[in-house]
Each structure stands twice: as structure tokens, then as C-alpha cells.
Design a protein. Structure first.
Length: 175
């Protein structure tokens, strides 16, 4: 007679649920920083060599293979946000208000466990008084790593918007 190992299976499943929930909470926090215009804090979530990429083609395999909506490393993010804070940045008078929503989060640990590959669907609303509201949606692809104290850091983030190959007005706040 074999012994049923349901208790172990339940513990493993529960551990995975807690892990995915931890990833979700990190993603919610991350996009909340953007909505609150805490751009410097958002940039601090990235690893030193981290980057943020929005391709201009749906199936673009890497940033070097074509034009991108943007491809920023951490120093470029800091420059972009310093410019965004300038009092005479006309493209942001009045400033954008955004609302990000994330759903359908999947997370897969690497073999060594130090990296996590994450996919999530997103919606972002962008509103500026006196301008039409814009909506963006698509898929995020992250590579997360554990930083100091076991907290997640973003090694890479890719935002593939469903109409990435369309013409866009300037986007000041990241997707």
C-alpha cells in the first residue's frame, strides 16, 4: 500500500501561491510608483544594469533588431525623469495622470532560484486635463532578481503594447 502525499502536495501548491502573490504585490507596488509620479523611487527598483524596453514591433526579438518606442538603462531613466521634472517641460503642462492595472500574472523561478521570469497583462490610462484620454494595453515581461534583504529588483522589463507599431503622441510616463 502506498502512502498518499497530499499534505506535501498541498504545502507545495500553497508555497507557489504565496510566491506568485509576493510577485503580484511587487508589480502592484511598482506601477503604483508610476501612478504617484515617484519616478526616482521607481528607477531605484531596477538593478544597476537593469533596463526598460518598449519595442515598436509585436515580435521584435531584441532592442538591436529594430526601432524601439524606448530602450532605457538606469542612467537614461534618471535623465528622462529629471527632464520630466523641469518646470518648462511643455509636453507635461499640465502633467499626466495615469492609472495602471495588472492582471494574469505568471511567475517562473529559474533553475538556481535567484531569478524570476514574470509575465503579466496590463492596462494604462493616461489623462492630461485639456487633452484626450489615452489607453494602452499589452503584456509586461520581467526578469526579477532578489536584492538586499531578499526584496525583488527589476533586471529587465519589457512592455509590449498591442498597438506598438502604430503612430503615438509623446508618452511621458512609462507604460
Amino acid at each position: 500500500m502506498t502512502k498518499n502525499n497530499r499534505s506535501g502536495d498541498n504545502q507545495s501548491a500553497f508555497g507557489e501561491l504565496l510566491f506568485v502573490r509576493e510577485v503580484e504585490q511587487f508589480l502592484f507596488y511598482e506601477v503604483g510608483l508610476l501612478d504617484d509620479r515617484r519616478f526616482e523611487d521607481w528607477t531605484d527598483l531596477f538593478t544597476e544594469d537593469g533596463y526598460y524596453w518598449a519595442p515598436a514591433e509585436i515580435n521584435q526579438p531584441d532592442p538591436a533588431s529594430g526601432v524601439s518606442l524606448f530602450f532605457d538603462d538606469v542612467p537614461m531613466m534618471r535623465i528622462r525623469f529629471a527632464r520630466l521634472r523641469h518646470p518648462r517641460v511643455h509636453s507635461q503642462i499640465p502633467p499626466s495622470r495615469t492609472s495602471h492595472s495588472i492582471s494574469n500574472v505568471t511567475a517562473k523561478r529559474s533553475g538556481t532560484g535567484d531569478r524570476v521570469e514574470v509575465e503579466a497583462r496590463f492596462q494604462m490610462l493616461d489623462y492630461r486635463p485639456g487633452h484626450d484620454q489615452r489607453a494602452f494595453g499589452g503584456k509586461y515581461e520581467y526578469v526579477l532578481s532578489r536584492g538586499d534583504g531578499g526584496r525583488f529588483r527589476i533586471a529587465s522589463k519589457k512592455a509590449v503594447i498591442i498597438n506598438c507599431d502604430d503612430v503615438h503622441l509623446p508618452v511621458a510616463v512609462p507604460f
